[in-house]
Design a protein. Structure first.
Ligand code: WTA
Length: 653
């Protein structure tokens, strides 16, 4: 975060005029009521859900175990599909584009409902019943959403694994979840190539022990080869397409698990966070509605993959529950042209674009001329998620994509929170580039001293916690309740019974929240706490720097010093090649930039130029590896889960 006073953008009258939450007063009164009359507030909001049996208690809370809407019975898939059939049966639920140009499909609500029922029946025929786990390893196609919905319809628990994960990761998740059936596809198109998925599943099934008895295989491209194992593998045509298009949704307890989603923690072993039915659905519904200000004719596009929590809440559940038409895209954002995203926005008249700062910075690096070739006039609301958005990227997005008339909804949340926790309401909140602004109704945030757990008030950085339970909170770590309690709810005596996000944050003097990044990436230089994200935000403000990562190294005098790794823009490389710029001056300017934005104490000891920063498949920079390199001069850890990374990528130019 810069020390400058942030810019402020008041709500746009053209958005506020038709917004569900059209003023700060209304937003504030929601937040007040959610805390002061908790039960009445949630009971009122729960009316959007069809319950087969009404709940008898809004919340039972015994740290760390929450039961929301206790005693109620419902089916999430019925709430996302069946309930729209009468009024929206012929409305488009999903518009899909494959990466190869010209491949488009549209599914109405009736069609998506029928597909979901067929998949439920196919799963059922394989012996899947309530409580069974189904591992989903699929490309971005409508069938993936339908498979998640099909599991929900049967009461089976899906665990979606992002298609970029390795066979080893699938094998680990099969063992941990005890999944009985896998739903996969032959492959998917990415950057012009057909990436095989089924063969990765085959390999996973040869590793370790597992309980898989059958594999359903969707054919993305029937012309591609796809080996099938007789007796275990079932083709889509035989299993799904021949199944009946009707299946009654099974009423489930509010607290039956809906899905498990694995995420990385501070240890090497991924945690299988699980979410349950009613509370999750309620939050997916209302947060989508409030934050993207859902209108009936919207075309909503969340660019996340279904394998991440964002793809669960804001593709598979939130938009469907709201009867919102959504767009889904299979492939790489830059294929076959760097302006593929902008072409698709114009082609499908997309109104809401929810994406990540990393994607925005990538677009920035290829210049504003590309979006300028497209109208983008259909866009109404923009969103950002996954990491702190630096003000430079925010402004670029605001000006070049939103043409200064689309609010940017920066949503702060986690796999564990199930849905957005902190975000502006587009018709009500004053926006500040780089701040996710205020907590959603019922989200009681606090910033506290990491040692004592005492509230720090405004203007001081500390640990971000949530003091009260909220409906979409994860209910546990699959098979490891003790780890759940210890990691999030009782991490130390100072944090007993409050939810520890693990993030470093600060409230500004107007009560807006600035999240700086994970606490585990916090550096302490000469007694000053500095967020790695803060240093990185300063660096990417430099015209030649496209992406940056800061890590701490031991320093005899300052305690800790900073080493930064930066990736340069394409333009910077051209300028270096033509002799207009040189590496040393860029490194010096980068140090100065950090000094200017934060203060001299934060200037890095060293600036290193990397061809590519190591990233996890979800796009997060792996600082642990960089730290190892900065401290030991080499990387000893495992790099197998990284995207596009070779050790060579870190060698200096
Ligand atoms: C970070 C993604 C700042 C944060 C939904 C959090 C953010 C972690 C934001 C969770 C944001 C996510 N501003 N930081 N708008 N959104 N984060 O589980 O560090 O993949 O703890 O969930 O991402 O990542 P996860």
């Amino acid at each position: 975060m810069s020390t400058h006073k942030p810019a402020k953008i008041p709500p746009f009258p053209h958005i506020a005029a038709s917004a569900h939450i059209s003023s700060e007063t209304v937003r504030q009164s929601f937040c007040d009521t959610a805390l002061s009359q908790r039960d009445a507030f949630w009971t009122q909001l729960s009316k959007v859900i069809k319950f087969h049996k009404p709940f008898n208690e809004v919340l039972e809370w015994k740290v760390p175990r929450a039961s929301w809407f206790k005693g109620g019975e419902l089916n999430v898939s019925e709430n996302c599909l069946d309930r729209h059939l009468r009024d929206r049966g012929d409305k488009t639920a999903i518009i899909w584009e494959g990466e190869p140009e010209g491949q488009t499909r549209k599914l109405t609500w009736s069609e998506l409902h029928a597909l979901t029922c067929r998949i439920s029946n196919a799963l059922h025929a394989q012996g899947v019943v309530k409580g069974d786990r189904v591992l989903v390893y699929m490309p971005m196609v409508p069938e993936t959403v339908a498979t998640m919905q099909a599991c929900a319809r049967l009461g089976a628990i899906h665990t979606v694994v992002f298609g970029g994960f390795s066979s080893q990761s699938i094998s680990d998740r099969l063992q941990d979840s005890g999944a009985k059936v896998i739903v996969t596809a032959d492959g998917t198109y990415r950057k012009g190539r057909f990436m095989k998925l089924k063969s990765v599943v085959d390999e996973a099934l040869t590793k370790g022990s597992h309980s898989v008895t059958s594999v359903l295989v969707f054919r993305r491209d029937a012309a591609q080869e796809c080996a099938m194992t007789a007796g275990r593998d079932f083709s889509w045509e035989e299993s799904v397409l021949k199944a009946s298009p009707a299946r009654a949704p099974l009423p489930l307890d509010s607290e039956d698990p809906l899905f498990i989603l694995y995420t990385s923690g501070t240890t090497g072993k991924p945690k299988g966070l699980y979410h349950t039915q009613a509370g999750y659905l309620l939050w997916a519904h209302w947060s989508t509605r409030w934050l993207f200000d859902v209108q009936d004719n919207d075309i909503f596009w969340c660019t996340a993959d279904c394998g991440w929590i964002t793809g669960h809440t804001y593709i598979a559940y939130g938009p469907l529950s709201n009867g919102l038409t959504q767009f889904m895209y299979e492939g790489a954002p830059t294929h076959p042209h760097k302006d593929r995203f902008w072409e698709m926005i114009d082609r499908h008249k997309i109104s809401t674009l929810y994406t990540s700062p990393t994607a925005i910075r990538m677009f920035m690096s290829s210049g504003e001329e590309l979006p300028a070739k497209h109208s983008l006039a259909s866009l109404r609301i923009l969103g950002s998620v996954g990491e702190p958005i630096n003000p430079e990227a925010w402004n670029w997005f605001f000006e070049n994509i939103g043409h200064k008339r689309c609010p940017i909804v920066d949503t702060y949340w986690q796999t564990e929170t199930g849905g957005a926790m902190v975000a502006p309401f587009p018709g009500a909140t004053v926006l500040k580039p780089g701040s996710a602004t205020k907590g959603l109704p019922g989200v009681l945030l606090d910033v506290v001293d990491p040692d004592t757990g005492k509230s720090l008030g405004r203007g001081k950085k500390g640990a971000l916690i949530i003091r009260e339970p909220w409906p979409s909170m994860a209910r546990g770590i699959w098979g490891d309740p003790a780890r759940f309690e210890k990691t999030y709810w009782r991490s130390s005596p100072a944090f007993d019974g409050v939810y520890l996000t693990g993030d470093l944050a600060m409230f500004d003097d107007e009560g807006d929240l600035w999240v700086e990044g994970r606490m585990d990436d916090v550096l302490n230089v000469s007694g000053h706490r500095i967020g790695t994200a803060e240093v990185e935000s300063a660096l990417v403000g430099h015209q030649d720097i496209y992406e940056a990562a800061a890590v701490g190294v031991p320093d005899a005098i300052k305690g800790q010093g900073i080493v930064v790794f930066v990736e340069l823009t394409e333009k910077a490389y051209r300028d270096i090649a033509s002799g207009k710029r040189d590496i040393d001056s860029i490194k010096n300017e980068a140090r100065e930039q950090v000094g200017l934005e934060i203060g001299s104490f934060a200037k890095p000891n060293e600036v290193r130029i990397a061809k590519a920063l190591p990233k996890t498949r979800s796009g997060k920079i792996m600082r642990r590896l960089l730290r190892e390199l900065a401290v030991n001069g080499e990387i000893r850890g495992d790099t197998s889960t990284l995207e596009d990374f070779s050790k060579d990528a870190l060698t200096e130019e």
